[in-house]
Design a protein around this ligand. Structure first.
Ligand SMILES: Cc1cc2nc3c(=O)[nH]c(=O)nc-3n(C[C@H](O)[C@H](O)[C@H](O)COP(=O)(O)O)c2cc1C
Length: 202
C-alpha cells in the first residue's frame, strides 16, 4: 500500500495544515502495516509554473535543455500520484484559495490521457482508484450560510478538481478560525488532530 504525503504551507513548523497532515499520515501508518510513504514538500522543492515551453514539450516538441530537470520533476510528480493508493494533502488557505505551490503540483497531475480523458459522455476521471484525505487550514470561517461562504475557493476548488480526475469523495479535515485568536486556533487544531486520530485505514 503506497501513501503519498504532500505539504504546501510556507509556514514551516508554525503551519497548522502540516501538523494535521502529519497526524493523518501517522494514524494511517499505525493502522496499515508496511505502508510505503513518499513525502513531498512543495515549498522546499517547488515545481515551476507551467509555461508555453512545457506545453510545447508535452505536444512532442524537443525540450530546451534548461527545461529538462523540471520536466523530469513533473514526470516524477505524476508517477508518484498515479502509483499512490492514498494521498494526504496539507492545504492552507492563502487569499481565499490554495497556495500557488500546490496549484503548480495540481497542474502536473491533471494530465489528459493520464488522469482524465474526454469521452462520448464528456470528461471522464481516470484516477478514481485512490483515497484522498485533505488537511485544510483557514484563518476565518466559511461555513454554509455565512457571509464569507461565497469567498471559499479552497475546499470547493479541491473538491472539484479531484472530482474531475475521478476522486469523487475526497475526505476533508478542516481547522478553521486559525487567525481569530489563540483560543480559536487551539480549539480548531485540537479538533482537527482528534479527527485525524479517529481515521481508519479503509
Ligand atoms: C499569505 C496568507 C494569506 C492568507 N489568506 C487567508 C484568507 O484569504 N482567508 C483566510 O481565512 N485565512 C487566510 N490566511 C490565514 C491562513 O489560512 C491560516 O493561517 C492557516 O492556518 C494557514 O495554514 P498553515 O498554517 O498550514 O500555513 C492567510 C495566511 C497567509 C500566510
Amino acid at each position: 500500500m503506497k501513501l503519498l504525503h504532500i505539504d504546501s504551507s510556507v509556514l514551516g513548523p508554525h503551519s497548522v495544515s502540516r501538523q494535521v497532515s502529519a497526524a493523518i499520515v501517522e494514524r494511517l501508518r499505525q493502522e496499515t502495516p508496511d505502508l510505503d510513504i513518499t513525502y513531498r514538500d512543495l515549498t522546499s522543492t517547488p515545481l515551476a509554473h507551467l509555461s508555453g515551453s512545457h506545453l510545447a514539450a508535452a505536444q512532442g516538441a524537443p525540450p530546451e535543455a534548461a527545461l529538462q530537470p523540471d520536466l523530469a520533476a513533473g514526470q516524477a510528480v505524476l508517477d508518484e500520484f498515479l502509483a499512490a493508493d492514498i494521498v494526504v494533502l496539507g492545504a492552507p488557505m492563502y487569499n481565499f484559495t490554495l497556495p500557488s505551490q500546490l496549484k503548480a503540483w495540481i497542474d502536473r497531475i491533471v494530465v489528459a490521457g493520464k488522469t482524465f480523458k474526454y469521452g462520448a459522455q464528456g470528461p471522464e476521471g481516470l484516477a478514481g482508484n485512490k483515497r484522498v484525505i485533505i488537511a485544510i487550514s483557514r484563518g476565518g470561517f466559511y461555513g454554509a450560510g455565512t457571509p464569507m461562504a461565497v469567498g471559499e475557493h479552497l475546499e470547493t476548488y479541491l473538491r472539484w478538481v479531484f472530482g474531475f480526475i475521478g476522486v469523487t469523495n475526497p475526505e476533508f479535515i478542516s481547522a478553521d478560525g486559525i487567525q481569530m485568536g489563540p483560543e480559536y486556533r487551539e480549539k480548531a487544531l485540537a479538533s482537527a488532530l482528534q479527527a485525524a486520530t479517529s481515521l481508519h485505514a479503509a
